[in-house]
Design a protein around this ligand. Sequence first.
Ligand code: ATP
Ligand code: MG
Length: 563
Amino acid sequence: MSEAETATGEGARNFIRDIVRADVEAGRTGTVVTRFPPEPNGYLHIGHAKSICLNFGIAEEFGGRCHLRFDDTNPAKEEHEYIESIKKDVRWLGFDWGRHLYFASDYFERLYEWAEHLIGEGKAYVDDLSPDEIREYRGTLTEAGRNSPYRERGAEENLDLFRRMRAGEFTEATRVLRAKIDMASGNINLRDPVIYRILRAAHPRTGDSWRIYPTYDFAHGQSDAIEGVTHSLCTLEFEDHRPLYDWLAANLPVPSRPKQYEFSRLNLSHTVLSKRRLIELVEDGHVKGWDDPRMPTLGGLRRRGFPAAAIRDFAGRIGVTKSGNVVEMALLEHCARQLLNKIAMRRSAVLRPLKVIIENYPEGKTEELDAINNPEDAAAGTRAVPFSREIYIERDDFMEAPPKKFFRLAPGREVRLRYAYFITCRETVKNGAGEVTELICTYDPETRGGNAADGRKVKATLHWVSAAHAIGAEARLYDHLFTQAEPGADGDLVDDLNDDSLTVLTNCRLEPALSDASPGQPIQFERQGYFCLDADSTPARLVFNRTVGLRDTWAKIQAKARA
Ligand code: ATP
Ligand code: MG
């Protein structure tokens, strides 16, 4: 897939690719196998996109494969809806797992056998301590743990109890199975970690057939081994789990020995990337849903109009390291802008309309003027735009008493209407409150197409829409969901919510060509930004989301950093 290569291919070297390359070149790795292992307990966000692009990108680069594996070991939290949305999002990002779709729950029987194997080897035991006692016995970072009084149970008794756990003889939290490693280990994960617990919950895939469920640590590495994963890439919070990952692989008859490598999570400014916190935002009504265009979920970004290729480009640019930092939202927007500039059709849309009457233009006349669809792409051609006596311009493009640096329309001043004519403002019409409601202008017929025959210049070019031909629409303009770069850093997350993250403009006027805009099609509203049709649109009422404005704040941040 060539589009993805620009973002995740050769251009984006990182330490993990270097490790994989070295393994391949030295013959330690045959087919490179990676996996993306989401827990189906929420929707994917841009942080997951980093992991997806890394895992699928490496598999692609080295001619291997990447599995999509649902880490569905926790029966209480998982839902079918999440599984379907995750598949949709990974596909939308441009990746394909082929026939390699897996579920950790498919391995429950094998994992169970391996647990019995550990018991047989004297390397696991059933513990009757309560969860609180287990915690207390575990010790702290500075203090060694203590052995459970049940630690020296014989293999036979352990096996009997473990089978009865499986049979559902005991209630939740009365017993667990623990690996017998080292209660004095400096790594708390090695202090006899729990590998099975009793849970009386139905599982979406295995139903009521299990009364005990493996923990993440016991399931994850073994799932990797079953699938022949060669490089198991995860985020840094699992670094301390790696010794356990390796211990289990060394002590079980697993069919392969994957290796785990860790990289830092993506943090993005002015938003949060944690499923739990995102769920709170939806449930507490701070956003309209999972795919609210202000959300950093892939569904939200898609709806907002971010192309998948821009997200892949972003993932390539942020790189993969072990150091934690916060990436500027402006970089993601920059990636979108760069791509949209190349592919978006230009259209004219007046978001806050002000009526202009061109008094010397014949009443009832309509002209079709030629407008360029995309100056970045000659093949996109031109379209005809209707012009007539009454048009709309942007309210902000007129000032009755303009300050020094305002070059757009003002009383007595001449400006260009793009692709059309020069007009001069002759008069303003006001309402009872003294607000300007209309402008009376004249046009110069010798400026058709937007250039004066006598070569005279004007300082501004405005976009416009013919009033009689305009389509009414709603535009939704977005700003950061949070006012702070690191929301919740010094207090409550909710206090940092941006009250102005959404501006709804209900009285927009669009050029008629926009009536056949389709969702997912990027459009530049000239001088206003990149937009896309929102799913809330009906034939009677079009709704457009602004993906990003035209001004590149990332370029500014970069310039400041260089200065
Ligand atoms: P969250 O903290 O949002 O709940 P998670 O880690 O619990 O995320 P999983 O479904 O377990 O979500 O994640 C699947 C994969 O995506 C894991 O390998 C995880 O390390 C990776 N991942 C999750 N969040 C990020 C992030 N912000 N940056 C990079 N990778 C991430
Ligand atoms: Mg997780």
